[in-house]
Design a protein around this ligand. Structure first.
Ligand code: 13P
Ligand code: SF4
Length: 332
Protein backbone atom coordinates (compact mmCIF):
# COMPACT_ATOMS: atom_id res chain seq x y z
CA UNK A 1 0.00 0.00 0.00
CA UNK A 2 2.75 2.49 0.91
CA UNK A 3 4.42 4.21 -2.00
CA UNK A 4 5.87 7.39 -0.48
CA UNK A 5 6.91 6.62 3.10
CA UNK A 6 9.54 9.40 3.18
CA UNK A 7 7.12 12.13 2.19
CA UNK A 8 4.58 10.82 4.67
CA UNK A 9 7.18 10.78 7.40
CA UNK A 10 7.92 14.45 6.76
CA UNK A 11 4.31 15.50 6.78
CA UNK A 12 2.71 13.40 9.50
CA UNK A 13 4.12 12.82 12.96
CA UNK A 14 1.47 10.14 13.60
CA UNK A 15 2.41 8.08 10.55
CA UNK A 16 6.16 8.27 10.67
CA UNK A 17 6.87 4.68 9.61
CA UNK A 18 5.73 2.50 6.75
CA UNK A 19 4.21 0.02 9.21
CA UNK A 20 2.23 2.78 10.97
CA UNK A 21 0.89 4.03 7.65
CA UNK A 22 -0.05 0.52 6.48
CA UNK A 23 -1.90 -0.24 9.69
CA UNK A 24 -3.76 3.06 9.63
CA UNK A 25 -4.56 2.85 5.91
CA UNK A 26 -5.93 -0.67 6.15
CA UNK A 27 -8.19 0.31 9.05
CA UNK A 28 -9.44 3.32 7.07
CA UNK A 29 -10.03 1.22 3.94
CA UNK A 30 -11.89 -1.36 6.08
CA UNK A 31 -14.19 1.37 7.39
CA UNK A 32 -14.69 2.73 3.86
CA UNK A 33 -15.98 -0.71 2.77
CA UNK A 34 -18.13 -1.13 5.90
CA UNK A 35 -19.77 2.28 5.45
CA UNK A 36 -20.16 2.01 1.67
CA UNK A 37 -18.13 5.22 1.51
CA UNK A 38 -15.84 6.99 -0.91
CA UNK A 39 -12.96 9.30 0.09
CA UNK A 40 -12.55 12.38 -2.10
CA UNK A 41 -9.38 14.39 -1.51
CA UNK A 42 -8.38 17.76 -2.89
CA UNK A 43 -5.01 18.12 -4.65
CA UNK A 44 -3.69 20.14 -1.68
CA UNK A 45 -4.11 17.34 0.85
CA UNK A 46 -0.96 15.90 2.44
CA UNK A 47 0.50 12.74 0.85
CA UNK A 48 -0.92 10.17 3.27
CA UNK A 49 -4.46 11.46 2.67
CA UNK A 50 -3.91 11.36 -1.08
CA UNK A 51 -2.58 7.79 -0.81
CA UNK A 52 -5.58 6.48 1.13
CA UNK A 53 -8.23 8.35 -0.90
CA UNK A 54 -10.32 6.88 -3.72
CA UNK A 55 -9.95 10.03 -5.83
CA UNK A 56 -7.66 13.05 -5.70
CA UNK A 57 -8.54 16.03 -7.85
CA UNK A 58 -9.25 19.72 -8.29
CA UNK A 59 -12.49 21.28 -7.11
CA UNK A 60 -14.25 20.80 -10.46
CA UNK A 61 -13.22 17.13 -10.79
CA UNK A 62 -14.31 16.44 -7.22
CA UNK A 63 -17.71 18.12 -7.78
CA UNK A 64 -18.26 15.90 -10.79
CA UNK A 65 -17.21 12.76 -8.88
CA UNK A 66 -19.52 13.64 -5.99
CA UNK A 67 -22.43 13.98 -8.42
CA UNK A 68 -21.69 10.59 -10.00
CA UNK A 69 -20.73 8.34 -7.10
CA UNK A 70 -22.81 5.30 -6.18
CA UNK A 71 -21.42 5.26 -2.64
CA UNK A 72 -23.82 6.11 0.21
CA UNK A 73 -21.26 8.19 2.13
CA UNK A 74 -18.79 10.79 0.84
CA UNK A 75 -15.89 11.63 3.16
CA UNK A 76 -14.51 14.92 1.94
CA UNK A 77 -10.85 15.59 2.66
CA UNK A 78 -10.68 19.22 1.73
CA UNK A 79 -12.31 22.36 3.03
CA UNK A 80 -15.90 23.03 4.07
CA UNK A 81 -17.16 24.81 0.94
CA UNK A 82 -16.00 21.81 -1.15
CA UNK A 83 -17.90 19.39 1.11
CA UNK A 84 -20.96 21.64 0.84
CA UNK A 85 -20.67 21.54 -2.95
CA UNK A 86 -20.56 17.73 -2.78
CA UNK A 87 -23.70 17.77 -0.58
CA UNK A 88 -25.52 20.10 -2.99
CA UNK A 89 -24.73 17.80 -5.92
CA UNK A 90 -25.36 14.53 -4.09
CA UNK A 91 -28.19 15.61 -1.79
CA UNK A 92 -29.36 12.10 -0.90
CA UNK A 93 -25.87 11.05 0.25
CA UNK A 94 -24.32 11.51 3.67
CA UNK A 95 -21.40 13.91 3.29
CA UNK A 96 -18.80 13.99 6.07
CA UNK A 97 -15.88 16.29 6.75
CA UNK A 98 -13.35 15.16 9.36
CA UNK A 99 -13.01 18.65 10.90
CA UNK A 100 -15.64 21.39 10.76
CA UNK A 101 -12.91 23.98 11.28
CA UNK A 102 -11.55 23.30 7.78
CA UNK A 103 -12.70 26.67 6.42
CA UNK A 104 -11.33 28.93 3.67
CA UNK A 105 -10.09 32.48 4.08
CA UNK A 106 -11.28 33.32 0.57
CA UNK A 107 -14.82 31.93 1.00
CA UNK A 108 -15.01 33.90 4.27
CA UNK A 109 -14.59 37.23 2.45
CA UNK A 110 -18.23 37.40 1.36
CA UNK A 111 -21.53 36.43 3.00
CA UNK A 112 -24.93 35.97 1.36
CA UNK A 113 -26.10 39.26 2.96
CA UNK A 114 -23.14 41.14 1.49
CA UNK A 115 -23.83 39.64 -1.92
CA UNK A 116 -27.53 40.60 -1.74
CA UNK A 117 -26.48 44.18 -0.92
CA UNK A 118 -24.00 44.21 -3.87
CA UNK A 119 -26.67 42.88 -6.22
CA UNK A 120 -29.07 45.60 -5.07
CA UNK A 121 -26.48 48.19 -6.21
CA UNK A 122 -26.36 46.54 -9.69
CA UNK A 123 -29.88 45.41 -10.57
CA UNK A 124 -29.95 42.97 -13.49
CA UNK A 125 -26.24 42.12 -13.27
CA UNK A 126 -25.18 38.50 -13.80
CA UNK A 127 -23.44 37.03 -10.74
CA UNK A 128 -20.49 34.67 -11.26
CA UNK A 129 -19.18 33.09 -8.07
CA UNK A 130 -15.95 31.17 -7.77
CA UNK A 131 -16.48 27.73 -6.25
CA UNK A 132 -14.67 28.96 -3.11
CA UNK A 133 -17.91 30.33 -1.63
CA UNK A 134 -20.51 29.04 0.82
CA UNK A 135 -23.64 27.31 -0.50
CA UNK A 136 -25.66 30.35 0.67
CA UNK A 137 -23.54 32.61 -1.61
CA UNK A 138 -23.83 30.16 -4.52
CA UNK A 139 -27.61 30.21 -4.02
CA UNK A 140 -27.52 33.99 -4.69
CA UNK A 141 -25.45 33.47 -7.87
CA UNK A 142 -26.32 32.86 -11.52
CA UNK A 143 -23.16 30.89 -12.31
CA UNK A 144 -20.54 29.10 -10.33
CA UNK A 145 -17.01 28.72 -11.76
CA UNK A 146 -13.65 27.21 -10.81
CA UNK A 147 -10.12 28.31 -11.69
CA UNK A 148 -10.25 25.73 -14.50
CA UNK A 149 -13.28 27.22 -16.25
CA UNK A 150 -13.79 30.81 -15.01
CA UNK A 151 -12.89 32.42 -18.37
CA UNK A 152 -15.08 29.95 -20.27
CA UNK A 153 -18.06 30.70 -18.01
CA UNK A 154 -17.64 34.47 -18.34
CA UNK A 155 -17.25 34.23 -22.12
CA UNK A 156 -20.57 32.39 -22.33
CA UNK A 157 -22.48 35.35 -20.82
CA UNK A 158 -24.35 37.89 -22.98
CA UNK A 159 -21.67 40.46 -23.98
CA UNK A 160 -23.95 43.36 -23.00
CA UNK A 161 -24.60 42.07 -19.49
CA UNK A 162 -23.03 43.65 -16.41
CA UNK A 163 -21.10 41.00 -14.44
CA UNK A 164 -20.44 40.77 -10.71
CA UNK A 165 -17.46 38.44 -10.20
CA UNK A 166 -16.58 37.17 -6.74
CA UNK A 167 -14.81 36.69 -4.41
CA UNK A 168 -11.21 36.51 -5.69
CA UNK A 169 -9.72 39.72 -7.07
CA UNK A 170 -6.65 38.07 -8.64
CA UNK A 171 -8.72 35.45 -10.44
CA UNK A 172 -11.13 38.23 -11.50
CA UNK A 173 -8.25 40.27 -12.97
CA UNK A 174 -7.00 37.16 -14.79
CA UNK A 175 -10.47 36.50 -16.27
CA UNK A 176 -10.73 40.14 -17.41
CA UNK A 177 -7.35 39.80 -19.17
CA UNK A 178 -8.24 36.53 -20.87
CA UNK A 179 -11.79 37.39 -21.94
CA UNK A 180 -11.41 41.13 -22.51
CA UNK A 181 -14.65 41.61 -20.48
CA UNK A 182 -14.84 44.39 -17.89
CA UNK A 183 -16.43 43.15 -14.65
CA UNK A 184 -17.19 44.38 -11.15
CA UNK A 185 -14.80 42.36 -8.99
CA UNK A 186 -15.14 41.63 -5.27
CA UNK A 187 -11.91 42.51 -3.43
CA UNK A 188 -11.43 39.13 -1.75
CA UNK A 189 -8.23 37.10 -1.64
CA UNK A 190 -6.86 33.81 -0.35
CA UNK A 191 -4.20 34.48 2.25
CA UNK A 192 -2.08 31.55 1.00
CA UNK A 193 -2.05 32.54 -2.67
CA UNK A 194 -1.88 36.27 -2.02
CA UNK A 195 1.30 35.47 -0.05
CA UNK A 196 3.05 34.17 -3.18
CA UNK A 197 4.63 37.42 -4.32
CA UNK A 198 6.28 38.77 -7.48
CA UNK A 199 9.64 38.64 -5.68
CA UNK A 200 9.18 34.85 -5.19
CA UNK A 201 8.83 34.40 -8.94
CA UNK A 202 11.82 36.63 -9.71
CA UNK A 203 13.95 34.76 -7.15
CA UNK A 204 12.99 31.34 -8.52
CA UNK A 205 13.68 32.39 -12.12
CA UNK A 206 17.09 33.64 -11.03
CA UNK A 207 17.78 30.20 -9.49
CA UNK A 208 16.22 28.14 -12.31
CA UNK A 209 16.55 30.29 -15.45
CA UNK A 210 15.25 27.70 -17.89
CA UNK A 211 12.31 26.46 -15.79
CA UNK A 212 8.68 26.65 -16.85
CA UNK A 213 6.29 28.53 -14.54
CA UNK A 214 2.85 27.21 -13.54
CA UNK A 215 0.89 29.78 -11.63
CA UNK A 216 -2.54 29.55 -9.95
CA UNK A 217 -4.67 32.56 -10.90
CA UNK A 218 -5.47 33.21 -7.20
CA UNK A 219 -1.81 34.13 -6.58
CA UNK A 220 -0.76 37.62 -5.62
CA UNK A 221 2.01 37.27 -8.22
CA UNK A 222 -0.40 36.35 -11.06
CA UNK A 223 -0.71 39.97 -12.24
CA UNK A 224 3.08 40.31 -12.13
CA UNK A 225 3.49 37.14 -14.20
CA UNK A 226 0.86 38.36 -16.69
CA UNK A 227 2.75 41.67 -16.91
CA UNK A 228 6.06 39.85 -17.53
CA UNK A 229 4.34 37.74 -20.20
CA UNK A 230 2.76 40.81 -21.80
CA UNK A 231 6.11 42.62 -21.87
CA UNK A 232 7.83 39.59 -23.41
CA UNK A 233 10.02 39.24 -20.31
CA UNK A 234 8.98 35.60 -19.99
CA UNK A 235 9.84 33.63 -23.09
CA UNK A 236 6.82 32.60 -25.18
CA UNK A 237 5.20 29.41 -23.91
CA UNK A 238 7.12 29.34 -20.60
CA UNK A 239 4.47 30.65 -18.16
CA UNK A 240 1.01 29.15 -17.72
CA UNK A 241 -1.89 30.35 -15.58
CA UNK A 242 -3.59 27.12 -14.50
CA UNK A 243 -5.89 25.62 -11.87
CA UNK A 244 -4.59 22.64 -9.89
CA UNK A 245 -5.99 20.12 -12.40
CA UNK A 246 -4.50 22.07 -15.33
CA UNK A 247 -1.09 21.99 -13.62
CA UNK A 248 -1.25 18.18 -13.46
CA UNK A 249 -2.11 18.03 -17.14
CA UNK A 250 0.56 20.51 -18.27
CA UNK A 251 3.23 18.75 -16.15
CA UNK A 252 2.58 15.57 -18.13
CA UNK A 253 2.72 17.33 -21.51
CA UNK A 254 5.65 19.71 -21.16
CA UNK A 255 9.21 18.98 -22.28
CA UNK A 256 10.60 21.22 -19.52
CA UNK A 257 12.76 19.41 -16.92
CA UNK A 258 12.14 21.97 -14.18
CA UNK A 259 8.81 23.53 -13.24
CA UNK A 260 8.24 26.33 -10.75
CA UNK A 261 4.86 25.76 -9.10
CA UNK A 262 3.07 28.80 -7.69
CA UNK A 263 0.28 27.40 -5.54
CA UNK A 264 -0.29 25.54 -2.26
CA UNK A 265 2.58 23.08 -1.75
CA UNK A 266 0.32 20.02 -1.24
CA UNK A 267 0.05 19.81 -5.03
CA UNK A 268 3.74 18.86 -5.31
CA UNK A 269 3.15 15.29 -4.08
CA UNK A 270 1.02 14.21 -7.03
CA UNK A 271 3.14 16.18 -9.50
CA UNK A 272 6.32 14.43 -8.32
CA UNK A 273 4.67 11.03 -8.11
CA UNK A 274 3.24 11.22 -11.63
CA UNK A 275 6.33 12.82 -13.22
CA UNK A 276 9.41 11.31 -11.57
CA UNK A 277 11.72 12.51 -14.35
CA UNK A 278 10.89 16.21 -13.74
CA UNK A 279 11.86 18.59 -10.96
CA UNK A 280 9.09 20.61 -9.29
CA UNK A 281 10.08 23.69 -7.32
CA UNK A 282 7.67 25.49 -4.97
CA UNK A 283 7.55 29.21 -5.79
CA UNK A 284 7.17 29.77 -2.06
CA UNK A 285 7.68 26.88 0.40
CA UNK A 286 5.52 28.67 2.97
CA UNK A 287 2.41 28.47 0.78
CA UNK A 288 0.60 26.05 3.08
CA UNK A 289 -3.14 26.20 3.69
CA UNK A 290 -3.73 25.61 7.39
CA UNK A 291 -7.39 24.78 6.64
CA UNK A 292 -6.45 21.95 4.28
CA UNK A 293 -4.10 20.65 7.01
CA UNK A 294 -7.03 20.29 9.44
CA UNK A 295 -7.52 16.76 8.10
CA UNK A 296 -5.41 14.42 10.24
CA UNK A 297 -4.96 10.61 10.34
CA UNK A 298 -6.97 10.47 13.56
CA UNK A 299 -9.88 12.63 12.50
CA UNK A 300 -10.19 10.94 9.11
CA UNK A 301 -10.51 7.53 10.77
CA UNK A 302 -12.83 8.93 13.46
CA UNK A 303 -14.99 10.50 10.76
CA UNK A 304 -15.70 7.03 9.34
CA UNK A 305 -15.95 5.30 12.72
CA UNK A 306 -18.41 7.79 14.22
CA UNK A 307 -19.94 9.17 11.00
CA UNK A 308 -18.92 12.73 11.84
CA UNK A 309 -19.16 15.57 10.95
CA UNK A 310 -22.16 15.59 8.72
CA UNK A 311 -22.32 18.52 6.28
CA UNK A 312 -25.86 19.84 5.98
CA UNK A 313 -27.29 22.42 3.58
CA UNK A 314 -30.93 23.60 3.74
CA UNK A 315 -32.93 22.11 0.85
CA UNK A 316 -34.04 25.48 -0.49
CA UNK A 317 -30.46 26.84 -0.52
CA UNK A 318 -29.15 23.60 -2.04
CA UNK A 319 -31.73 23.77 -4.87
CA UNK A 320 -30.69 27.32 -5.82
CA UNK A 321 -26.95 26.65 -5.40
CA UNK A 322 -27.29 23.53 -7.58
CA UNK A 323 -28.63 25.63 -10.46
CA UNK A 324 -25.51 27.81 -10.44
CA UNK A 325 -23.21 24.77 -10.26
CA UNK A 326 -25.10 22.87 -12.97
CA UNK A 327 -24.92 25.90 -15.28
CA UNK A 328 -21.15 25.82 -14.83
CA UNK A 329 -20.91 22.06 -15.42
CA UNK A 330 -22.99 22.32 -18.60
CA UNK A 331 -20.55 24.93 -20.01
CA UNK A 332 -17.24 23.27 -19.11
P1 13P B 1 -8.70 24.40 -7.72
O1 13P B 1 -10.07 24.84 -8.15
O2 13P B 1 -7.66 24.73 -8.72
O3 13P B 1 -8.74 22.96 -7.30
O4 13P B 1 -8.29 25.24 -6.42
C1 13P B 1 -9.14 25.33 -5.31
C2 13P B 1 -8.57 26.16 -4.24
O5 13P B 1 -8.97 26.16 -3.10
C3 13P B 1 -7.47 27.03 -4.59
O6 13P B 1 -6.89 27.48 -3.44
FE1 SF4 C 1 -9.15 28.62 0.64
FE2 SF4 C 1 -6.74 29.53 0.02
FE3 SF4 C 1 -6.96 27.32 1.44
FE4 SF4 C 1 -7.63 27.32 -1.19
S1 SF4 C 1 -5.59 27.64 -0.31
S2 SF4 C 1 -8.79 26.43 0.49
S3 SF4 C 1 -8.49 29.39 -1.38
S4 SF4 C 1 -7.62 29.37 2.09
Amino acid sequence: MVRYPCLMAIQSRELSTTAAFDEWASSVRGLVAERDAVILAHNYQVPWVQEVADFVGDSLELSRLAAQTDASVIVFCGVHFMAETAKVLAYDKTVLIPDLEAGCSLAATITADQLRAWKAEHPGAVVVSYVNTTAAVKAESDYCCTSANAAQVVSSIDPDAEILFLPDMFLGAHVERVTGRKMHIWMGECHVHAGIEPSDIDRRFAEFPSAELHIHPECGCSSHAAYLMGEGMLPEGRAFMLGTGGMQQRAKETDADQIIVATETGLLHKLRKNNPDKEFIAANEAAICKYMRKITPDNLRKSLEEMVFEVKVEAEIADRARLAIERMISIS
